[in-house]
Ligand binder design. Structure first.
Ligand SMILES: Cc1cc2nc3c(=O)[nH]c(=O)nc-3n(C[C@H](O)[C@H](O)[C@H](O)COP(=O)(O)O)c2cc1C
Length: 132
């Protein structure tokens, strides 16, 4: 089982977010999972430019930053783990920037109505998985 984990705390592995995340990932590793952990503080990830070119043309983002390495892993992983400190009652900026750049592996551009709610369906090339 492949797991990709993102920690968006500016404190990295020394923060409170890591205090919760580290034993969680250790449990997964002990159970035999292959875990890839990324700290956003060590990554160069530009904000999404919002042009939708990647999604409409189904091509890679024109921005050649650290998301180039991460996109294929998001498609292959069985589980995505997002760990963010709470900033103003929500995720912090680096995590939001990361997620905005997930348009390619995440969602189709169109919206469907399912179980009484509308949402973007997952990309067909993304295998079934879980998100924590
Ligand atoms: C800009 C900012 C906004 C915050 N907003 C909240 C908040 O809305 N609610 C809360 O309970 N804690 C809030 N906090 C506290 C952080 O969530 C807390 O310090 C967190 O444990 C830090 O995690 P870290 O050590 O991994 O960076 C905020 C901290 C900062 C710096």
């Amino acid at each position: 089982m492949k797991i990709i984990a993102i920690n968006s705390s500016p404190a990295g592995n020394k923060g409170y977010t890591a205090m919760l995340l580290t034993p969680f990932l250790k449990g997964m590793k002990d159970a035999g999972a292959e875990v890839n952990l990324y700290l956003t503080k060590d990554l160069k990830i530009n904000p999404c430019c919002g042009q939708f070119t990647c999604s409409i043309k189904n091509i890679d983002c024109f921005q050649k930053d650290d998301m180039v390495e991460i996109h294929p892993q998001l498609l292959e992983a069985d589980i995505w783990v997002f760990a963010t400190p709470l900033y103003i009652s929500g995720m912090n900026g680096p995590m939001k920037t990361f997620m905005d750049r997930m348009l390619i592996p995440w969602g189709e551009t169109y919206v469907i109505l399912e179980d009484g709610r509308s949402h973007h369906p997952m990309k067909k090339k993304k295998k079934e998985g879980k998100v924590f």
